[in-house]
Design a protein around this ligand. Sequence first.
Ligand code: 5AD
Ligand code: SF4
Length: 441
Amino acid sequence: MEHRYLYIETFGCQMNVHDSEQMAVLLKDIGYQQTNDSAKADLILINTCSIREKAEQKAFSELGRLMKLKEKNSDLIVGFAGCLAQHLGRKVYSRVKGVDLVFGTHNIHRLPEMIKAVQKDRKKITQIGFSSRIHSLGVFAPPPQGSVSSFVSIMQGCDNYCAYCVVPYLRGPEMSRTPEDIITEIKKLAVYGIKEVTLLGQNVNSYGKNLQHKCDFVALIKMINEIEDIERIRFTTSHPKDLSDELIECFARVSKLCEHIHLPVQSGSSRILKLMNRGYSASEYFQKIDRLRKACPKISITSDMIVGFPGETEKDYQETIDMMEKIRFDSVFSFKYSERRGTAAGELPGRVPEAEKTQRLKALQALQDRHTQEKNTALEGSVQEVLVEGRSRNSEQDLMGRARSWRIVNFKGDAGLIGRKVSVEISRGYLHSLRGKMIKN
Ligand code: 5AD
Ligand code: SF4
């Protein structure tokens, strides 16, 4: 087989990272080997994200940069994939000259066919149709050598239509994979040395809704807990409205499930939550947090926040800050509201000026940094179970792993420990990581 090089650049969420891995596996079958050097590539794919405007801008500026390579190599094929491709379709060709193919989130499985067609007669290919079956999730992507932790897509799409969000339009309706498919994939990953899986979906709590043979998320987690060689289970993302008491109980009862939940709240104001179409009030969210902490006192809770949603007043924003003070999240991803074409929020009155959004975001992040630092400092002297993932980025002698709470832990140790669970006594808590010393087991 002729040997060719593939360069993929991925923007956005873990779904996209996972999709890119699948693209690489499919293309390997038709002779493309992945490279980190774009100058060497015969095929360049840009897997885009559309969730906020910034992600869109980044994708286009990167596309512009990579297109220069076509001046030197006219045989180079350039493809535009993912959410933004889904949204723009053929418009991409007029915005950036020289793009060869545009394909959406439901067409990944057709990639080899599309590439072959471009190779044959250099015609532009555009595939952004939705399919009613999960094709693209069926491809097994072997994890990179030496990996310890892996993502596993359990569903795609979303039915929630939060007022600010493009995902339901660009990734289609929610569809779950069968438990059999998921278990088979995880068992295969275990053979490759994977010890930890993170189950991936826009709203994993509603897993199984559309399955012919009913299986809910709790049942799925319990099945995965039985897989020998898999030592840890995580999941993301949870929607507060669908977080059941049964799932909360799992944090106390299912031994391999790590004590961490990412539970995006988006705002602390019930009025804004209603406008956002989130399906819960601030007090209902507080109740879920209480239940989680009752069932599992040491659970780590992280969240997402949006500031400057249309109509957000100083009072609404203050309610978000008050909520953060009360809950004291372990960590928060926070964003300025970014208007997305076609979403309901785009029609709402009361735009918040950009400078105001910036100021709100800055103050919110300063508060959260204080909480994160305080929580990490409080862990000094504690002993954490760490699953060793690899060498630390900062030092050759250090290893890096994660505590069950999802915190990064760095410590001195031998590479032979990669893939093992060790006990580490924490000596220092920083803002983004912990440092410690391994205890002889
Ligand atoms: N503007 C700002 N933030 C957004 N998010 C999703 N859509 C938007 C938007 N239009 C954030 C939410 C979500 C996270 C993945 O991205 O907080 O939980
Ligand atoms: Fe977007 Fe809401 Fe679906 Fe999350 S739950 S992907 S925020 S619509």
